[in-house]
Write a protein that binds this ligand. Structure first.
Ligand code: A8S
Length: 208
């Protein structure tokens, strides 16, 4: 059932058509956090460093929308120092984020990625199936396999970090809800209810 849903999502959103000199792949990860929490990090096109561990800084002075551009500087230790990226898809209802790399000092030419997330139950809890796919030119001097491994490794790091942050956020939201309930029981109204407590925690984490 889950495998079928996964295949369907991939067929629907993650079809790239690589030519001979291009590499493409799909990565799936399951996160024990509801979609709205995972999406709260991913949707912030202007602050990718909130979850992507290789990014040092990001500049983007626009309100983000399709066509918005961000200038990223990387941490040291990578074969790259900067990247210029454009938001190519942004769907807040369906939870779809598409990015195209349009410049920068690195070796990934014509890189384009799509990230989607889908609600799923994990151990009886609200979870998220995270799917990311990409297509990129194979750089001169590298094989298709090398390129695919390199990009997959980077995406895996991003996804792992997103998973840890999201799962931590679930715990903070639960704690805030419990604290709100305890305060209410004691007759103090700090935040109105569990839903309000959750909003406070999520806004704080994402610097909204
Ligand atoms: C992403 C995905 C990738 C980012 C790559 C593949 C990159 O930011 C890093 C190293 C590079 O050599 C290329 O969604 C580039 O972040 C971490 C600078 C583009």
């Amino acid at each position: 059932m889950a495998a079928q849903a996964q295949a369907q999502y991939i067929a629907m959103h993650h079809q790239h058509h690589p030519k001979g000199h291009q590499s493409s792949s799909v990565i799936v990860r399951h996160i024990k956090a509801p979609v709205d929490i995972v999406w709260s990090f991913v949707r912030r096109f202007d602050v990718p460093q909130n979850y992507k561990p290789f990014i040092r800084e990001c500049e983007s002075n626009e309100i983000f929308k399709v066509g918005s551009v961000r200038h990223i500087s990387m941490r040291t230790g990578l074969p790259a120092t900067s990247s210029v990226e454009m938001l190519s898809r942004f769907d807040e209802e369906e939870h779809i984020l598409g990015i195209k790399i349009i410049g920068g000092d690195h070796r990934l030419r014509n890189y384009s990625s799509i990230l989607t997330m889908h609600p799923e139950e994990i151990d009886g809890q609200d979870g998220t199936m995270l799917i990311e796919s990409f297509i990129v030119d194979v750089p001169e001097g590298n094989s298709n396999d090398e390129t695919c491994c390199f990009v997959r490794a980077l995406i895996n790091c991003n996804m792992k970090s997103l998973m840890l942050l999201s799962e931590k956020m679930v715990i903070r939201v639960q704690e805030a809800a419990a604290a709100a309930a305890a305060a209410a029981a004691a007759g103090e109204v700090v935040v109105e209810d569990a839903a309000a407590a959750r909003e406070v925690v999520m806004e704080e984490a994402n610097g909204v």
